[in-house]
Design a protein around this ligand. Sequence first.
Ligand code: FES
Length: 150
Amino acid sequence: MDNERIDQIIDKYQGKASSVIQVLMEIQSENHWLPRGILEKVSKRLEVPLNEVLHIVTFYKTFSLIPKGRHEIHVCTGSSCHVRGSKRLLDAVQDLIGIRPGETSSDLRFSLETGNCLGCCSLGPEIVVDGEHHSKIAPDNVEDVLKDYD
Ligand code: FES
């Protein structure tokens, strides 16, 4: 992400310190992670102390300080999805994209996470890609689901 684009995002909020979370969220959304240099720039331009910016990005799970893939896959491992086969689903995802939960593929295409109930247990096993829910997914259908995410 270049400096010009970061400036555009900050300018959109008139450089107001109160917009720091929105600015960071927009940068996270486009860049998929927040390198130290970007945090320093945001801190300087919004006149928010760097330690305050660091506190925000480490407090909220939505921010990442390590590179993330263009697409975030979340496999539900809650008890209901577990009963409905989420372990086999997770194995199929891992086999297909070659990474484990908490990792990012070397081509930066995918990041993989697991987590607890997503609130739609009757539709499990559930997989979410970039916030889009895919329900009742069989391991054999994982490739079909992921092929549309370049
Ligand atoms: S346990 Fe997976 S959605 Fe509830």
